[in-house]
Design a protein around this ligand. Structure first.
Ligand code: ADP
Ligand code: MG
Length: 377
């Protein structure tokens, strides 16, 4: 059976060879986060490389290389253009894609994925982008009709919960005969426009935020998963139909929960988070190592859900968010070791740059200009 599947996959050109592209984004230094005022311990070297002080030996730095490194000056628009926009056209051809933000709480995952009104993130830009692509396709009159829809869910304590019609019910994850992953019972809402998307997404996000104040920072303890589905149907017989799925995921915080002394319900959450993030790292490693070994998708709900949209013929990007303050030092290491393509120890002292202007404010004004310039992704 497995051999037959592999043969079919090869024939269809969907053999599991796809790498997950790994980008790292460093957020600006924030004085409030730096209790001792020690400055930054991470900095950009070039578009693929960063360096961080080696805690074992302060005369050394460690240099890490990724597919892309976004330094602290990088705008929301630049992150979108380099890491997300190029994968959108595949959705209109019935292929799947996923973008997920990984990293410790406070490092910028929600900023990257959702952003704010003034600095919209990947989610609003990607949805707008999909609508624009579909409009352009329809103008080409190629004989396909397109429809766009959304689902929105979270995985909390290994439970799959619908955010569009909230209830405590844990939804099942199933696989059909074509190996598509389905979630029976999950709300799917057709979308007519970007503003229509907005009107469904914002209240649903608030659902999540309300829960978070009750449950103490739930938003950092669950994975928020937005699914945008593009279905295209041939206008004439045989009316072929193709579905492309885009998952946009704001992952739970990757901080080491054993160190934060969690007890009771927090400890249970920690176990679930550690399991899913650890499995995700194994899946990414195994996809990126190539070689066609077993990819352990089934070991957590998160990876099981993403199975048809992570690796295989799909297009996946992981954006690892990191923070420059020493407070985050060990969390940053964990995140970098997850994300790195290569690592190198370099014998030279880290050049400390004195932070004279709060860099967040510099950044804000730059992004405000950007927001004023471009409404379109
Ligand atoms: P996370 O979701 O990983 O916990 P957030 O996205 O909430 O982190 O970011 C923490 C804080 O840092 C927020 O106040 C956010 O606005 C700010 N922030 C994060 N990334 C950036 C960035 N690239 N530029 C400016 N501010 C940022
Ligand atoms: Mg967040």
């Amino acid at each position: 059976m497995a051999a037959q599947r592999v043969a079919e996959d090869v024939a269809k050109g969907t053999k599991q060879t796809a790498r997950v592209r790994v980008a790292v984004r460093l957020r600006p230094y924030m004085r409030m986060q730096d209790q001792k005022g020690e400055g930054a311990c991470v900095r950009r070297l070039d578009t693929e490389t960063l360096e961080i002080i080696n805690w074992r030996n302060a005369t050394e730095t460690l240099q890490y290389q990724f597919d892309v490194f976004h330094g602290e000056e990088t705008t929301q628009q630049e992150v979108f253009l380099s890491s997300v926009k190029p994968i959108l056209p595949h959705l209109l051809k019935g292929q799947n894609a996923s973008v997920f933000a990984y990293g410790p709480t406070g490092a910028g995952k929600t900023h990257t994925m959702l952003g704010s009104q003034e600095q919209p993130g990947v989610i609003p830009r990607a949805v707008r982008g999909v609508f624009n692509l579909v409009k352009a396709k329809e103008r080409e009159h190629e004989g396909w009709d397109y429809s766009i829809g959304m689902s929105y869910l979270e995985i909390y304590n290994e439970k799959v919960l619908d955010l569009l019609s909230p209830s405590a019910q844990d939804l099942p994850i199933r696989e059909d005969k074509d190996r598509n992953i389905l979630i029976p019972g999950l709300t799917h809402t057709p979308l007519s426009s970007f503003s229509n998307f907005h009107s469904h997404f914002i209240p649903a996000s608030l659902n999540r935020t309300t829960a978070s104040t009750k449950l103490n920072q739930r938003s950092s303890r669950s994975h928020a998963i937005l699914l945008i589905k593009v279905v295209r149907t041939q206008r004439n017989p045989p009316h072929r139909q193709q579905t492309g799925k885009l998952y946009l995921v704001d992952l739970a915080g990757s901080e080491d929960n054993r160190r934060t002394g969690n007890k009771g319900i927090r400890l249970k959450e920690s176990g679930a988070i550690n399991l899913s993030l650890f499995t995700l790292s194994k899946v990414v490693d195994s996809l990126n190592a190539g070689g066609g070994g077993r990819v352990p998708y089934r070991d957590s709900k998160l990876t099981r859900l993403l199975q048809d949209s992570l690796g295989g013929s799909s297009h996946s990007v992981m954006i690892t968010n990191i923070a420059p303050e020493y407070t985050y030092y060990f969390e940053t290491f964990t995140a970098l070791n997850f994300a790195a393509k290569s690592k190198q120890i370099v014998n030279k002292p880290f050049v400390r740059e004195t932070v004279t202007v709060p860099s967040v404010q510099v950044k804000r004004s730059r992004e405000e200009q950007e927001a004023g310039r471009s409404g379109e992704p």
